[in-house]
Write a protein that binds this ligand. Structure first.
Ligand code: NAD
Ligand code: UGA
Length: 450
């Protein structure tokens, strides 16, 4: 099939390369000419495991081409996937739809009758209907469908090639048939395929993100109670997760969720529900957001405490800048928010990240960045573990103890094994767990809980 993918960021670059990889002729389109030239030269715009390889393969096959022209897009194919950003509006909590609207308005004069515009961007319910009404006037005979994207950064290629489910919101059997043909290899692999109306498809996406965000904030709320009660959230989470009705995923307590999706999606969902007169139904989302943001503050407070009550004149080593591991994305990164707060309160802050240093430096140039962990930790009064990269799990705490000023670790992601750190003489603090120390561990049978 011939398709276009408009917007080649975290979602679009992966979608375009993967669709070419499964055999489609794909034109990737973006307003960012530099991004388009880089992609055409085989340079992925974002760090995603496996993307470089799949992009190289797609380009070599000749099935992936790149352009900055929506007119060329309309002339090339009759199925167009919209993958542009839908960030939070600067003046409210609602979604900013200007990029989606710009694509539709840019395509409209060029669209041939029979064209299908398929949204993948995450949008407020009712967007597809609004855009369809607009195109009915400017481009009769065209159709709008919504095909929400559920990929996770860090496993975007895998999630695209082997998704847990596919959802299409369509108003005609023809549109469904087109989308079934696009995803034919996935359907052959028995990926569940849900065909519904556009409003339900739009809503499914934000409901899924809201549910996942709720799980994370729930476990973080439990961590707060554990702190107050002297209980251990790690054990609590493991026990909850062992109940198949609850499940173990997305119950990792710590610094909370960030990134370009959960925070803005739950706010946009609440804003849209309010417009629809259903504000009460999703009131919980405000609390989910508040609990989430509180984890950042609690981490800063705990770090200050560990430094004896002030950041002034202290040196803090930060492990992790990306909002999650295996990504270079720092949009609304909890790690960077904590690093920034420590800096604003007087600390000298040195930041390490395996992939996100350039992006972090671009948004927050005041911090010091380095790609060498011992260098970042040199003479540190405190080490903050803020993004759970695998690399940090493999650190040698004894070697690191040699370079820091004080061997004190705040594992704000609750994902390092404290045992080797204790053995190397570190004091380890973890939110939601009783004060961890080798002594306490043996006293309380703490190892049992690891
Ligand atoms: P992004 O910011 O990484 O990429 C958006 C791209 O669109 C950029 O390259 C930008 O230059 C381009 N663009 C903007 N206006 C354009 C226009 N008028 N014409 C052509 N290109 C244009 O965004 P993203 O993270 O890929 O997210 C895209 C959408 O997918 C959002 O709605 C997001 O909520 C949703 N989503 C994202 C993820 C994720 O993990 N990032 C997962 C699922 C869904
Ligand atoms: C999330 C969803 O998982 C995707 O299904 C969805 O497509 C995407 O949002 C989107 O709509 O953009 P993503 O944000 O890439 O994907 O990453 P997640 O793995 O969901 O992590 C999000 C945040 O939650 C990260 O900051 C992560 O550190 C945090 N998290 C995750 C926790 O704090 N605890 C957990 O148990 C899981």
């Amino acid at each position: 099939m011939r398709i276009t993918v408009i917007g080649t960021g975290y979602v679009g670059a992966v979608h375009a390369a993967c669709m070419a990889d499964i055999g489609h002729e794909v034109l990737g389109v973006d307003v960012d000419a530099e991004r388009i030239s880089a992609l055409a030269a085989g340079r992925a715009p974002v760090h995603e495991p496996g993307l470089d390889e799949i992009l190289a393969r797609a380009l070599a096959s000749g099935r992936l081409r790149l352009s900055t022209s929506l007119a060329e897009a309309a002339a090339t194919a009759s199925t167009h996937f919209i993958c542009v950003g839908t960030p939070q509006r600067p003046d409210s909590k609602a979604a900013d739809l200007r990029y989606v609207d710009a694509v539709v308005d840019g395509l409209a004069p060029h669209l041939r009758p029979g064209s299908l515009v398929v949204g993948k961007s995450t949008v407020p319910v009712g967007t597809a209907a609004r855009l369809a009404a607009r195109l009915a006037v400017t481009s009769p005979g065209t159709e709008v469908a919504w095909n929400p994207e559920f990929l996770r950064e860090g496993s975007a290629v895998e999630d695209t090639l082997r998704p847990a489910r596919l959802v299409v919101g369509v108003v005609s059997a023809r549109a469904e048939a087109v989308l079934r043909a696009v995803y034919a290899p996935m359907l052959r692999a028995k990926v569940p395929f849900f065909s519904t109306d556009p409003a339900t498809a739009e809503l499914v996406k934000v409901a899924a993100n809201a549910f996942l965000a709720t799980k994370i904030s729930f476990i973080n709320a439990m961590a707060e109670v554990c702190d107050a009660a002297g209980a251990d959230v790690t054990v609590l989470s493991a026990v909850l997760g062992a109940d198949p009705r609850i499940g173990p995923l997305f119950l990792q307590s710590g610094l909370g969720f960030g990134g370009s999706c959960f925070p803005k999606d739950i706010r946009a969902f609440a804003a849209r529900a309010a417009e629809l007169g259903a504000a009460e139904s999703v009131r919980i989302l405000h609390e989910i957001d508040r609990i989430n943001l509180r984890q950042r503050q609690r981490t800063v407070d705990r770090a200050r405490e560990l430094l004896g009550g002030t950041f002034e004149g202290r040196r803090v080593a930060v492990l992790g800048a990306a909002f999650k591991p295996d990504s270079d994305d720092v949009r609304d990164s909890p790690a960077l928010a904590v690093a920034e707060a420590a800096y604003r309160q007087g600390a000298e802050v040195l930041v390490h990240d395996p992939q996100a240093l350039d992006n972090a430096r671009a948004v927050f140039p005041e911090l010091t960045y380095a790609s060498d962990i011992p260098k970042v930790c040199e003479d540190a009064d405190l080490v903050l573990h803020l993004t759970p990269w695998q690399e940090y799990r493999e650190l040698d705490p004894a070697a690191l103890a040699e370079v820091v000023r004080e061997p004190v670790l705040l594992d704000a992601r609750n994902s390092l094994d404290p045992q080797p750190w204790w053995s190397a003489g570190w004091t380890v603090r973890v939110p939601g767990r009783p004060l961890l120390s080798p002594l306490l561990s043996s006293d309380r049978g703490g190892e049992r809980c690891m």
